[in-house]
Ligand binder design. Sequence first.
Ligand SMILES: [Cu+2]
Length: 113
Amino acid sequence: MKLVALAAMVAALIVPSALAATPTLTGTVGPGFTITLKQGTAKVSKLKAGTYVIKISDKSNIHNFALKGPGVSKATSIGGTGTKTWTVTLKKGTYKYVCTPHATIMKGSFTVS
Ligand SMILES: [Cu+2]
């Protein structure tokens, strides 16, 4: 009987941790004129559709990190710095990320299938 109770407790603990296993991406902008989006150490170029947690590190008060694509339009403030965590649902299509004031030189994109 005790084992059954223990198994139920373990199952209750496992379910939330499975939800917490949402893939995490890291977006970084600044301090120089650079903007990147990585999964681990790899630059993001292709992703599967689904829910992702994106941790943004905005390291400059002259840059921002803006992400746009199907169903998503998010940006950090230009004058602000610090970290932000976005939970986004990515759909099939092309997503672009830019620093809004320097979008011609600070940009990247990836496709979702
Ligand atoms: Cu910029």
